[in-house]
Design a protein around this ligand. Structure first.
Ligand SMILES: Cc1ncc(COP(=O)(O)O)c(C=O)c1O
Length: 401
């Protein structure tokens, strides 16, 4: 283990890992960082690919900086491991991938409307989602003026009540998109609202509506090359939902969308969050810790200060409720999590030194803390936990294998 003085993003990378993906710490990776296990990512993509029939393609959903993991490295790794599509939410997310030299097809899952957006999408060879007739007309007009054609993806709302044309109007909508100049209908798709639920009634209803739309569209003589419906949960839950493409986010990152969907494939968490002890001190019984004294020591207590806080994405609502791992042992966090620092009760860890590594999320020895653990405490979902880590934390690539 390197001393605190020796620690830079590069030295952490050299010590246990491979590459610095992104360093927001000005070259110094001393305080806290996020480790991205690209071997685990490769493993997850291969596991998911094995679940699919040979004709079904895998889209790695890499929006929101690949759920906080770093979009470029994740995309490159996922593509090498067997993904053939990438999904982003916004145009800048797509441009970032193109600027990194990625040539795979990129579906823009979010809505785009303006002429300026259409031009950027065309320039960067992104593939838009079309949800309304008005949007389709704008795309067609601008593309005609550019003398350029673009593959487009018609989205149906089968019950999510988010983006998409009403499923009842699927045929008219898809006919319109297909008929407009310079639009090449690449796929028709929809998104499921409750695929991670044990109760499959809503998912079945949405699937029935999608099947109905497919039949109607086919009857009208339109046969796009791809139909798709499944997110991670649906990809794990039922092969009937796979169609030509599955759009997988969470599972790529090694988390299960729901407890009942575990054990279908073996997934390994890709992200670990670590920080270092910056001071160790002993306080007497009755002494308060941190803002508001949410914790008062009941005994003489050894406290470790750790250089990570809510400005890094450690939710303040975990104050006094979270545990971390040091030397493979669970340690309680105490007092309010502050902007840049938090405190631990390390009374039971002998000879703890400044610079020792604290695992906030991840594995240390036999023990592990997952985004699901945090989500359960916070009353949220693991998706939000993963996306919550700020760019102030350097991302460092590690390899578990
Ligand atoms: C349209 C669409 N498809 C697929 C996904 C991937 O979802 P998940 O992370 O649950 O796999 C998302 C994510 O929200 C999405 O919006």
């Amino acid at each position: 283990m390197l001393s605190l003085e020796q620690t830079t993003a590069e030295s952490i990378a050299a010590e246990s890992c491979q590459t610095v993906l992104w360093d927001g710490d000005g070259g110094l990776c001393q305080r806290a960082w996020v480790e991205i296990d690209l071997a685990a990512l490769t493993h997850n993509v291969k596991q998911l690919k094995n679940l699919l029939s040979p004709h079904t393609q895998l889209m790695a959903v890499v929006k929101a900086d690949a759920y906080g993991h770093g979009a470029v490295a994740v995309s490159q790794t996922a593509l090498s491991a067997g993904a053939s599509w990438l999904g982003v939410a916004t145009i800048p997310e797509g441009i970032e991938l193109r600027e990194a030299g990625i040539e795979a097809p990129i579906l823009l899952l979010g809505a785009t409307h303006t002429a300026q957006q259409v031009k950027a999408i065309a320039q960067w060879h992104l593939q838009p989602t079309i949800c309304t007739a008005k949007q389709a007309l704008i795309f067609s007009q601008v593309l005609v003026s550019l003398n350029q054609s673009l593959p487009v993806h018609a989205k149906l709302d089968t019950g999510m009540s988010r983006l998409g044309a009403p499923w009842q109007e699927a045929t008219e909508f898809v006919q319109l998109v297909k008929g407009l100049p310079n639009l090449k209908l690449a796929s028709v798709y929809s998104h499921l609202a409750t695929a991670d639920s044990l109760d499959t009634a809503v998912m079945k209803e949405q699937h029935d509506r999608f099947k109905w739309a497919i039949a109607q569209i086919k009857t009208s003589g339109i046969n796009p090359s791809s139909w798709h419906l499944a997110n991670s949960a649906a990809a794990l839950a039922d092969p009937d939902l796979h169609y030509d493409l599955v759009r997988v986010g969470l599972a790529t990152y090694g988390l299960y969308p729901a407890p009942h969907l575990q054990n279908i494939v073996d997934l390994k968490p890709v992200m670990q969050v670590k920080a270092r002890v910056t001071q160790v001190k002993t306080i007497e019984a009755g002494t308060g810790v941190s803002y508001g004294y949410q914790f008062i020591a009941q005994r003489q207590t050894k406290i470790a200060v750790v250089g990570v806080g809510y400005a890094d994405g450690i939710p303040r609502n975990l104050s006094n409720k979270m545990q971390v791992l040091i030397r493979g042992k669970f340690v309680a966090q105490v007092g309010a999590v502050t902007m840049d620092q938090l405190m631990l009760d390390v009374t039971d860890i002998p000879d703890l030194e400044v610079g020792e590594v604290v695992t906030l999320l991840g594995k240390d020895g036999e023990n592990q803390i997952t985004a699901d653990d945090w989500a359960a405490t916070l009353g949220t979902i693991s998706w939000e936990v993963l996306c919550g880590f700020k760019h102030r934390l350097p991302r460092v690539a590690v390899s578990s294998q």
